[in-house]
Design a binder for this molecule. Structure first.
Ligand code: ACM
Ligand code: ZN
Length: 626
């Protein structure tokens, strides 16, 4: 007989259950599902297991699962319609009748079989949960614990962004990135394709975008100081339309929508380098694709009709590549300096009866929105599009904190929260000490900060809250040059994003997440050679303790299977130092101090930053002698 437990109790039971039966891994699911019932026993995968499906659409997902099992567990299972009998894994859309959320699903694992109920995305997510329940390698035993899970997302929009303007990444990596998105039940890849430092999408009508705007002569190295140091190396590239279509199809097969972003009217320096006549004034330019980071005055002229012709032509080609309901048109960080002195822009302000340059920016966004709407699509813009009057149908991406999102929701506009104040700027450093983190843009976005965020502000009424359609994290790449560093940047924070995007806040639990589920998922990544930031040892923080002795106990590895090493001599711990296995007592003579440092080393050898506890015995030595 099965009993229904609350989610936490269920997780606790699964842990104790797993401890009792060491061959069964803990089902550490991220994002935490809505309802989880624990059953008795296990389903065992074997060569006799069959994968069954109801419809052709289910078959595609079943084949996806087949491929996963083949690669991860070296087990080749046949996929066939309507298989019956023992040991069947059934991808069943027919039984999804009472699941109301289009991304919702039910997953029932019992010793006799596995049933996945859902349609399309829902069935796909049932599969992703099942994959998380599987052992991550065949050596662990091929058992799946009996559970019943009913699940659906909190938000319809669950996004991850990637800036390929500052640094670009190969298509193979873009696909891997989409795999990460899909594995954690996000459904949108926001592809930031153009910026001052590079234009990355081929536009056939404007070949100089690929020939000129896609390349910069050199790049700033180190922190953004002026005068800076540059690498002297030409950098760039672009994605062909064919490659972009390949990405769209790859994503669609994983229920991920790709939203392209074409920045306007700011962040246009690369485009202007290729087509200088689109800048302000009579003889604009020359321009140079930017070589360092920041906000630049070189923006599209809002007075010239040629600007709109160009932007509409570009959007025509972009819309033909990307079938997404939304097209992101940027709208952020557009200095108005050039417009203030440009006769074309000033004439536009006069002719249109606009109050100032802010209303001119609004004019641009309204006009572009009308064009995008005429093609059957809708715009998303960064929260600056609120300034000077919001375009009628625009969805706002609130990035400078939550205020823009609150204002937009109150005006009845849909909002996607990407607030840097929520920790959703993944380019910000992951730990407080700048000297222990790799080069980054600054700011602080810890795992816990991301996890704590509630993307729907309490300041909104119930009706206004409905306008918060989702949440997204942004990965700006000024200081992220390589795919490895992108991975380091998103893991483990992607886990937290996944949970705030999917899970009912009442079901979130930091303790369970950070001490059980994150370590389990990091151990899986560790085996796939994915780069991630190893969180600091659990159970210890940088601190100063005034005492003559202190016992460090209950320290735990932040990666399942990892080890903790420590020193008491202020050297940085390594695997050549003492291993922490049980409580460690540090004794400090009067008038002295000891520096206890502990580091996690994962099975792969990847290591955390150390945590440092200074124990100070402030008693004077002579007093201690009594
Ligand atoms: C932004 O970070 N400029 C949207
Ligand atoms: Zn102008």
């Amino acid at each position: 007989m099965k009993k229904i437990y609350s989610f936490l109790l269920a997780m606790w039971c699964l842990v104790t259950y797993a401890l009792a039966q060491e061959t069964t891994p803990v089902p550490a699911i991220i994002p935490a599902p809505d309802v989880l019932q624990v059953g008795d026993g296990n389903f065992t995968l074997s060569a006799a297991t069959r994968i069954a499906y109801d419809s052709d659409a289910d078959r595609e997902i079943a084949v996806f699962f087949q491929a996963y099992v083949r690669e991860a567990l070296q087990l080749d299972l046949p996929v066939q319609p309507n298989a019956t009998g023992a040991s069947v894994i059934h991808f069943a859309s027919k039984k999804a009748g009472d699941i109301t959320n289009p991304e919702g699903y039910e997953l029932v694992v019992s010793p006799g079989g596995i049933a996945l109920h859902g349609k399309g995305a829902g069935l796909f997510y049932a599969m992703q949960t099942l994959i998380q329940l599987l052992p991550s390698d065949a050596e662990a035993g091929l058992m799946v614990p009996a559970v019943t899970i009913r699940d659906a997302p909190r938000y319809a929009y669950r996004g991850l962004h990637l800036d390929v303007g500052r640094h670009m990444f190969p298509i193979s990596f873009i696909k891997k990135y989409i795999d990460f998105i899909a594995a954690y039940k996000l459904n949108t890849f926001h592809w930031h394709l153009t910026d001052d430092q590079g234009w990355r999408i081929e536009i056939k009508k404007y070949p100089k975008l690929a020939e000129v705007a896609a390349f910069r002569d050199q790049t700033l190295i180190g922190r953004n100081r002026r005068p800076g140091m540059y690498d002297g190396a030409r950098y760039g590239g672009f994605y062909t339309q064919e490659e972009a279509r390949e990405v769209v199809a790859y994503a669609a097969a994983r229920y991920v929508t790709v939203i392209p972003e074409i920045e306007l009217p700011g962040h246009a320096q690369a485009a202007l380098t290729a087509y200088p006549h689109l800048g302000c004034g009579e003889n604009p330019g020359p321009y140079h694709v930017a070589q360092h980071w920041g906000v630049f005055e070189e923006v599209f002229c809002a007075g010239k009709e040629e600007t709109f012709t160009f932007l509409e032509d570009v959007l025509d080609e972009v819309i033909a590549i990307f079938p997404s309901a939304y097209i992101h048109i940027g709208g952020d960080e557009c200095p108005k300096d050039r417009w203030e002195t440009c006769p074309y822009c000033q004439k536009r302000i006069k002719d249109e009866g606009l109050a100032d340059e802010h209303e001119l920016q609004s004019y641009v966004i309204h006009r572009i929105e009308k064009y995008v709407n005429s093609k059957g699509r809708r715009i998303i813009g960064w929260d600056e599009i609120l300034e000077g009057g919001l375009a009628p149908d625009a969805t706002v991406m609130s990035w400078r904190g939550e205020a823009g999102g609150i204002d937009a929701a109150k005006l009845g506009h849909d909002v996607i929260m990407t607030a840097n104040s929520y920790g959703l700027y993944f380019d910000h450093k992951q730990g407080p000490d700048v000297n222990r983190e790799p080069l980054n843009i600054g700011g602080l976005s810890t795992l816990q900060k991301v996890y704590s965020a509630d993307p729907t502000p309490q300041a909104l009424s119930a009706a206004e809250k409905k306008h918060i359609i989702g949440v997204q994290a942004n990965v700006w790449t000024e200081y992220i040059e390589t795919p490895n560093k992108v991975e380091f940047t998103i893991f483990p924070r992607l886990f937290a994003l996944s949970e705030i995007a999917w899970t009912d806040p009442a079901k979130k639990n930091w303790q369970d997440f950070s001490t059980l589920r994150v370590p389990a998922h990091l151990a899986r990544l560790d085996r796939t050679e994915t780069v991630y930031r190893v969180p600091e040892v659990l159970g210890l923080q940088d601190t100063v303790i005034y005492a003559s002795e202190h016992t460090f106990n209950q320290l735990r590895s932040s990666v399942a299977g990892g080890k903790i090493y420590y020193t008491i001599d202020n050297f940085d711990p390594s695997d050549t130092d003492l291993e922490y296995r049980e409580a460690v007592k540090v004794v400090v003579p009067p008038g002295e101090e000891r520096v206890f440092k502990a580091t996690v080393i994962a099975p792969s050898g990847r290591r955390s930053n150390y945590v440092r506890a200074v124990i100070v015995n402030s008693k004077r030595p002579d007093m201690a002698m009594n």
